[in-house]
Design a protein around this ligand. Structure first.
Ligand SMILES: NC(=O)c1ccc[n+]([C@@H]2O[C@H](COP(=O)([O-])OP(=O)(O)OC[C@H]3O[C@@H](n4cnc5c(N)ncnc54)[C@H](OP(=O)(O)O)[C@@H]3O)[C@@H](O)[C@H]2O)c1
Length: 269
């Protein structure tokens, strides 16, 4: 897949939120790479950028083969802090550039959002970041950026599952060529819903595979997290089947606008 500026992005990635530093991270990154994962998603907020950096180095993963993402922490927003914290991020990840750097949360202060975005544009122009984007942005927050930006956001990483999807936001992003990434695509591990189980039985796939495929078929890049080898394999084995339109519809109809985290239109910091 390609972002609006032509940069290639893998169709699925590994999220490392809550991945513990040391052995857990090292093994997960090694196994993920061997299974075929080429996108790794961290954030300043996860406090494990350095652990991911060590894992990538120790496992001798060629930098140019992977798409490495981090996000500016809320407490580091604003022009100067974003730039300073970005350079810390590079050091921790032991790399000279990122493939994507995102604003983690929009917050409710337009000035702060815009100055943080200016910093991302600056880093992009300097060649430190191959693509810039946002996370948890709603339409009005994207509009704020689009109205005054020099370089448009290329990605929006949002919580996106059958229980939480906003077709208006999806259409808006598509029209503006903003690639959506899905966080929490496995319902954060809570996949017991009977309707999902039923569909998974019919396709002889796991509930996790159904949920990931649901995103992929919409052109959305899911970034599931697992530290477990067999689940790493399971989660990336989603390119050999199609969910039929009527089952896509069934999954779509489960929307409850159920969030597992903050409401982006309310949350401030
Ligand atoms: N931008 C944001 O605001 C934001 C917010 C949250 C997350 N994220 C990103 O999105 C990534 C994914 O979200 P998430 O970690 O919150 O949730 P998730 O990927 O939906 O779910 C992860 C949970 O599911 C379990 N799991 C993974 N594969 C499984 C399988 N095949 N069968 C059963 N259980 C399975 C994992 O346990 P084990 O590890 O024990 O397998 C873990 O407990 C994060 O790591 C992070 O990179 C971004």
């Amino acid at each position: 897949m390609e972002l609006v500026n032509g940069v290639k992005i893998p169709e699925i990635g590994l999220g490392v939120y809550k991945m513990n530093p040391g052995r857990e991270m090292n093994e997960a990154v090694k196994n993920a790479y061997q299974c075929g994962y080429r996108l790794f998603d961290t954030a300043q907020m996860y406090r494990n950028e350095d652990a991911l950096g060590v894992a990538l180095k120790e496992n001798q993963i060629p930098r140019e083969e992977i798409f490495l993402t981090s996000k500016v922490d809320n407490c580091n927003q604003g022009y100067d802090n974003t730039i300073a914290s970005f350079h810390e991020t590079l050091k921790k990840l032991q790399t000279e550039y990122l493939d994507a750097f995102l604003i983690h949360w929009p917050g409710q202060q337009a000035e702060r959002t815009l100055s943080t975005w200016k910093a991302l544009e600056h880093l992009y122009k300097e060649g430190y970041i191959r693509s810039i984007g946002v996370s948890n942005f709603e339409i009005c927050q994207l509009e704020l950026l689009l109205e005054s930006c020099e370089i448009q956001p290329m990605l929006n990483q949002i919580e996106h599952t059958p229980f939480l999807h906003d077709e208006k936001l999806n259409t808006f992003c598509k029209e503006k060529h903003i690639q959506i990434e899905a966080w929490g695509p496995l319902l954060r591990g809570k996949m017991e819903d009977e309707r999902i189980q039923k569909i998974s039985t019919r396709y002889e796939k796991s509930p996790a595979q159904i949920l990931l495929r649901w995103n992929i078929q919409q052109g959305i890049v899911p970034i599931p997290k697992t530290k477990n080898l067999s689940r790493l394999q399971e989660n990336i084995s989603v390119f050999d089947f199609q969910i039929e339109p009527e089952d896509m519809e069934k999954l779509n109809s489960m929307n409850e606008n159920h969030r597992t985290s903050y409401d982006p239109l309310q949350f401030d910091f």
